[in-house]
Design a protein around this ligand. Structure first.
Ligand code: ADP
Ligand code: SF4
Length: 693
């Protein structure tokens, strides 16, 4: 009887999620299911075609029914250098893209390409030709001292011809879906629609009908050129989160554009703009956050609609489809964190889904310019160069038992991956809660989803009887030797410096040892400053701003002081800087940039301007210092002696205990150590490099 109940529940569950596995007709092609990896940048682009093909192919293997490129430049006048995107400038670019198509087709998925002329966003730094724009104006999105050339009739004819040729080349490369792109404030077709960039009085300016003209023409041209066998997708930002006077809104021109072109493309891919709004981090937006803006689209068209919203929960996906918001579940980040997400849903392995935490480390690959990486998925970007698979790992080489000391992101991932290889692992953690810094930081405002780094790993470890967890156990050298561990991996993390030494600060800050001076470690331990607090952010990532936010929420007066020219400087690359600053300003945080903290007194601090050296005194009752961190490597250094005299067979140090870094690097370090255990060390570069000759 209970067995029957259980199987009927499973059947109901199967039926419930089966909607996600229905095929969807998109013009002349058929998507095998509703999982659609929308275009996403990756820092590999034209420069690393083999790595890119392997990464995209992995998503197809994991069940994504459609796998797209990043934005692909159609011509050298749309050159996004120094950013590395896709290129289809001429025939010579076809073979590289064909690699990706073949990798995607191998697993029965459709390959989509996002063609774009980037207009005002392409500074053409590599090709050195003047950018093209609707108006004669400065290029956007950077402070480049470059202006675009105002397009004349001939330029419009050229762009249409280049786009058509690119579509034909894309078809030749084997793509099934060809995008016409008007999104993210990044493409000429969109810039023409945006009143703020378009001062034209000809047939491409003035009325919305005129401003939409190029987008319409590109869709029509593409359909005519390749529409017999390829589906043509329109990607449109229907909302810019600006006023109707300034931008496109889902109740204003965004609505009207979709209404105008409703049945023209074979597929609508709709979202909010700019990229920082579309790829909002979990600190600012939660799953499904775009629904309110895009829901109207399906009421205007009979064509399938794809939308994103960092969907990681199968229930939310079903709700979005059944609720008539989208036909296809668009995903960039969820597919990066878990290329096998669709297959896991198909197989009912919900607890195995490695949910994206919304940190945007993946985005930094594009904004800074290195191959893509991911906090949750350490294999992302390593598919080709290291041959890593997100679900499969080489089996153990021996029956050794390994002690991993420290259960932060590095230790947890290392123990999990060693366990996946089949090794017996003992993971020892000093604190009651596992997760190290992630457990602590995820309690800060907005970061609760970061706990997924811990939860996914604990769920996996729970399934492995050969991996044992020992929380609340501080390990010492004597304890390790007494326990008879012969193979030890130390992942004991790092501590914030108390003396203030860090970037721009080469000696201790006088007064750092006063009782009203705190570090983030104190805050996490519940020791809080009160009153008028200076948060001195010489770390420049998210934590300074978050501690300020927490202190403000608790009713303190906060001054965020930083030697950098921007608050939370590095969060520019995760697309968060403006959002962070806006939130701090809304909370009345006083922001002081380009100020170095030179001395801490009893009731005040002395600041020095980083450029002119002018000094000023600011009164305060507490100071939080975010400086460098120091590795907690005493245990490792003391064990090293025993390793050198042969009492230990193996010793390694990983994560912050080796070198303090981001959470993504800690997870990667743990994963790498697990893969390298029992393998031979080589002198050569441990991964393949795509070299031109
Ligand atoms: P990482 O990012 O490298 O994983 P974390 O600082 O997040 O580093 O985590 C390190 C973990 O190691 C923390 O949870 C800490 O409590 C634990 N730890 C530090 N020293 C010891 C020790 N001697 N024995 C057991 N656990 C330790
Ligand atoms: Fe998600 Fe962060 Fe991975 Fe990007 S890096 S996919 S935001 S977990």
């Amino acid at each position: 009887m209970p067995v029957r109940i259980q199987s009927s529940i499973i059947r109901i569950m199967d039926d419930y999620f089966s909607i996600l596995f229905e095929a969807v007709q998109i013009g002349p092609v058929t998507a095998p299911n509703r999982f659609f990896q929308v275009p996403h940048c990756n820092g590999m682009g034209y420069r690393m075609p083999q790595a890119l093909a392997a990464m995209r192919g992995m998503k197809a293997q994991g069940g994504w029914g459609v796998v797209s490129t990043e934005e692909v430049e159609i011509h050298h006048t749309s050159d996004l250098a120094p950013y590395v995107e896709g290129r289809l400038w001429d025939d010579a670019d076809i073979p590289a893209l064909r690699l990706m198509v073949e990798a995607v087709h191998e697993h029965g998925a459709l390959a989509a390409i996002e063609l774009t002329h980037n207009g005002l966003t392409a500074g053409n730094a590599f090709s050195r030709v003047p950018p093209l724009g609707p108006s004669s104006m400065t290029v956007i999105d950077a402070y480049e001292p470059v202006q675009a050339r105002r397009m004349d009739k001939e330029a419009f004819r050229n762009v249409r011809r280049w786009h058509r040729k690119a579509a034909m080349r894309a078809k030749k490369a084997g793509f099934d879906i060809i995008y016409c792109y008007a999104g993210h404030d990044l493409s000429l077709a969109m810039q023409l629609m945006q009143r703020r960039y378009n001062d034209r009085t000809d047939e491409y300016g003035g009325s919305l009908q005129n401003r939409v003209r190029l987008f319409r023409e590109l869709i029509e041209d593409t359909k005519e050129a390749v529409g017999d066998t390829c589906a043509v997708a329109a990607r449109l930002a229907v909302e810019e989160l600006l006023s109707p006077e300034e931008g496109i809104t889902s109740q204003g021109e965004g609505y009207e554009i979709v209404a105008m072109l409703a049945e023209l493309p074979d597929l609508w891919d709709v979202n909010i703009s700019d990229w920082s709004n579309d790829s909002a981090t979990s600190r600012f937006e939660k799953e499904g956050f775009q629904e309110a803006h895009i829901a109207f689209v399906k009421s205007l068209t009979s064509k399938p609609v794809v939308g994103v919203g960092r969907y990681t929960s199968p229930q939310s996906m079903v709700t979005a489809v059944r609720g008539g918001i989208v036909d296809l579940i668009g995903a960039a980040r969820p597919s990066i964190a878990d290329p096998f997400l669709p297959n896991k849903i198909r197989d009912g392995r919900f607890e195995d889904i490695r949910e994206c935490i919304g940190c945007n480390i993946c985005v930094t690959a594009d904004t800074i310019g290195y191959p893509i990486r991911c906090t949750q998925n350490p294999t992302m970007g390593e598919e080709w160069r290291r041959g890593w698979h997100p679900e499969i790992i080489p089996p153990m080489q021996s029956s050794k038992e390994i002690a991993v000391i420290g259960g932060g992101p590095a230790g947890l991932e290392c123990a999990r991956a060693l366990g996946q290889r089949g090794y017996a692992v003992v993971l020892v953690e000093a604190r009651r809660a596992l997760g190290g810094r992630v457990e602590l930081e995820s309690q800060l405002p907005g970061l609760s989803e970061w706990r997924r780094v811990i939860e996914w790993r604990l769920v996996q470890i729970e399934k492995m009887p050969h991996v044992s967890l020992y929380p609340q156990s501080t390990m010492t050298t004597a304890g390790i030797l007494e326990a008879g561990f012969e193979h030890v991996i130390v992942a004991t993390g790092a501590s914030w410096r108390r003396d203030g030494i860090g970037r721009y600060q080469w000696g201790p800050i006088p007064g750092h040892n006063r009782p009203h001076v705190y570090t983030p470690d104190d805050i996490f331990a519940g020791k809080m400053p009160a009153g008028r607090v200076v948060v001195y952010d010489n770390d420049h990532y998210y934590l300074g701003g978050l501690i300020a936010e927490k202190l403000l929420q608790e009713g303190n007066e906060v001054l965020l002081v930083t030697p950098s020219p921007l608050v939370s400087y590095w969060t520019q690359y995760t697309l968060e800087q403006e959002k962070i600053q806006r939130r701090l300003m809304a909370l009345n945080c006083e922001l002081l940039v380009q100020q170095k903290l030179v001395e801490i007194h009893e009731q005040q601090v002395t600041l020095e301007h980083t450029i002119c050296g002018e000094r000023r005194k600011i009164s305060c009752t507490g100071v939080v210092l975010l400086a460098d961190r120091l590795p907690n490597d005493t245990l490792y250094r003391s064990l090293k002696v025993y390793r050198e005299n042969g009492q230990l067979n193996y010793l390694n140090v990983i994560g912050d205990a080796e070198a303090p870094n981001t959470i993504e690097r800690a997870v990667f370090s743990g994963h790498l150590a697990a893969r390298e255990f029992d393998e031979e060390d080589g002198e050569d570069t441990p991964f393949k490099v795509e070299r031109m000759m």
